[in-house]
Design a protein around this ligand. Sequence first.
Ligand SMILES: [Fe+2]
Length: 331
Amino acid sequence: MTTTKDFGLNGIDELRFAVEDLDSAERFAADWGLTRIEGADTLRFRALDGSGVEFVRTDTSDPRCTPVGDASGLVEMTWGVDFPENLEALRAELATDREAVIDDEGVLRSHDDLGFRLAFRVTRRSDVDYDVTRYNAPRRPARIDERAPRYDRAQPYEISHLAIGVDDAWQAAQFYLDRLGFRVSDRYADRGIFARCSAEGNHHNVFFMNAKQPGTRFNHLAWKVRDVHEVILGGQAFDAKGWLTFAGPGRHLVSSACFWYFLTPFGGSWEYAADEDIVTEEWQPQDFAAEAHIFSQWTFGLEKSDGTLKGPISASRAAGPDPVAEGQFAG
Ligand SMILES: [Fe+2]
């Protein structure tokens, strides 16, 4: 069920992870292409638009440092809104059945029904200028007397979406749909819900998926890069630093994103993503059967004609987890 609520939500500003090993998290995020915020109280990294992550050491005596699901994982999501008045409207909505307080810094703090802490603030992300990749299609060239862009490494522009593994995706999505005004963009029957926080924008900001492992936990975080070449060249550079592929490179069927997932040292995976669908009120959600081949239109490592995922793409990663066995279907 979708709603007509509109709280001016415009995307994820920041995610807080609590991890047991801060050093490996720091190395992972720096290698990923994020910029460390110098002088911050905690370990913080930013993409080009200002969206980012914060890492704290796991401390179960402090709810702000207690991950959901595992010893390392996601603690809190901070969502951006357009205007300060959106915060008061959100506070009034949430306060009907839970704690919802706007703090001294103008950040609304509450929680969802899964155990994650929620924060809302007037977005601190910004539109940063960059050279948009142009392509030379037959008889329709758009790049004249200019070489194609080259990338030594990825430099993520912004957070695309968060994926959360749950026992019941449809049930998990209800709070976001009914209370926060999220909209369903596509579904895997009742096994996966792709939802966006605004009528117009990225195909999904959050993906709830039935995971094979019982319980609720962080599954993956996607970062948008400029084009498919940055996905691949950035992924190659990241691979060269020794981080392990989870799946990819490839292209999703749902959302059309070109992707490359890597395992993080704090659970789940991070995904480079490019060329995702952008949708409006006119978008027609579809139900897709939750079968292995729905994961991608194509993926390096897909060696069977029926599309059965074969997992990692090289022998050096043969010991890595199988995306299908892990309950990782798409997003
Ligand atoms: Fe994804």
